[in-house]
Design a protein around this ligand. Structure first.
Ligand SMILES: Nc1ncnc2c1ncn2[C@@H]1O[C@H](COP(=O)(O)OP(=O)(O)OP(=O)(O)O)[C@@H](O)[C@H]1O
Ligand SMILES: [Mg+2]
Length: 233
C-alpha cells in the first residue's frame, strides 16, 4: 500500500496511509467543468458526507473515487486499486440490480469464497442484515416487483456482504422515509464503529448528517468549498 510520502513533491507529507487522495483534481465534460481543483484526502475509518446543490459535482466526485471517471487534470491516487487488502463497494443511483432475479439471487452475487469461510457463513450474514432492516421476508421476491426503497436496502445489503474496506454511496436513501433512512445509516455507522468501514456518502439529507458523527465535503459548482467537521453546517 502506498503511504502519504509517495505523493508528489509539492504535497505536505500525510499523517498516515490514506484510502483516497485527490490532488488538484479537475474533471471536465466537453467544455463544462464538473470538478475544479479539488484537494481531498480520505483516511481509513472516516465517515465523509459529500454535500452540495444539484449539479455541484457529488456524483462525479464519487465516480472519481471509485476509479470510474478519469481526471481531466490533477490526479486521483487510489491505493485500494493495487491492494488485495482493500475492497471498495459502491451503491450508486442506478443501483445495478438484476431485475429478473430474486432479491436473494441478487445478494448471492456478493458471495466470494475467498472472503467467507463457507456458504453457510454468508447466508447467516445475509439473514442477519436483512432481518435488521426488516426485509428478510422479501428475499424470495423478484427485484422488478420491489419498490424503490426496498431496492435501495437490497443494494446496500449486497454492498455490505462484499465486506468492503470502504463504501461509496450516492444518495442511497432517496426513496426511503426518515425512519428507514435513519435505520440504514445506523447500520452503516455500526459497521464504521465495529469494523472500521470507511464511508463516503453523497446526500442532501442534513438531518441525517446532524445525527451521526462525520466530516463534510461541501461542493459548489465543482469546487470543494468546505471540508471539515459536520458540526459547522
Ligand atoms: N457524463 C456527463 N456528461 C456531461 N456532463 C456531465 C456528465 N456527468 C455530469 N455532468 C455535469 O457535471 C456537473 C456535475 O454533475 P453531477 O452529476 O456530478 O452533480 P451532482 O452534485 O451529483 O448533482 P445531483 O445532486 O443532481 O445528483 C453537472 O453540470 C452535470 O450536468
Ligand atoms: Mg448526483
Amino acid at each position: 500500500m502506498i503511504t502519504g510520502r509517495a505523493l508528489s513533491q509539492n504535497s505536505a507529507p500525510l499523517r498516515q496511509s490514506y484510502l483516497f487522495h485527490l490532488d488538484n483534481l479537475s474533471v471536465e465534460f466537453g467544455a463544462s467543468p464538473a470538478l475544479k481543483s479539488v484537494q481531498l484526502t480520505i483516511y481509513p475509518g472516516e465517515i465523509l458526507f459529500v454535500t452540495g446543490p444539484s449539479g455541484a459535482g457529488k456524483t462525479t466526485l464519487l465516480n472519481v473515487l471509485a476509479g470510474y471517471t478519469e481526471p481531466t487534470s490533477g490526479k486521483a491516487v487510489l491505493p485500494f486499486m493495487r491492494s488485495e487488502k482493500h475492497f471498495v463497494s459502491t451503491v450508486f443511483q442506478d443501483l445495478r440490480l438484476l431485475n429478473r432475479k430474486t432479491c436473494e439471487e441478487n445478494l448471492w452475487l456478493a458471495y466470494d469464497s475467498g472472503v467467507y469461510a463457507s456458504k453457510t457463513d454468508f447466508y447467516q450474514e445475509m439473514e442477519s442484515l436483512t432481518r435488521y432492516l426488516g426485509i428478510q421476508s422479501c428475499l424470495g421476491k423478484k427485484m422488478e416487483d420491489c419498490n424503490g426503497g426496498l431496492k435501495q436496502k437490497m443494494a446496500m445489503v449486497r454492498a455490505l456482504l462484499c465486506k468492503p474496506t470502504a463504501l461509496l454511496a450516492d444518495e442511497p436513501t432517496s426513496s426511503l422515509d426518515k425512519d428507514n433512512s435513519y435505520k440504514l445509516f445506523e447500520l452503516l455507522n455500526h459497521y464504521n464503529q465495529k469494523k472500521g468501514l470507511t464511508l463516503v456518502w453523497a446526500t442532501h439529507n442534513k438531518e441525517l448528517i446532524k445525527q451521526f458523527p462525520g466530516k463534510i465535503a461541501h461542493l459548489d459548482q465543482g469546487r470543494l468549498v468546505y471540508s471539515g467537521h459536520a458540526c459547522f453546517i
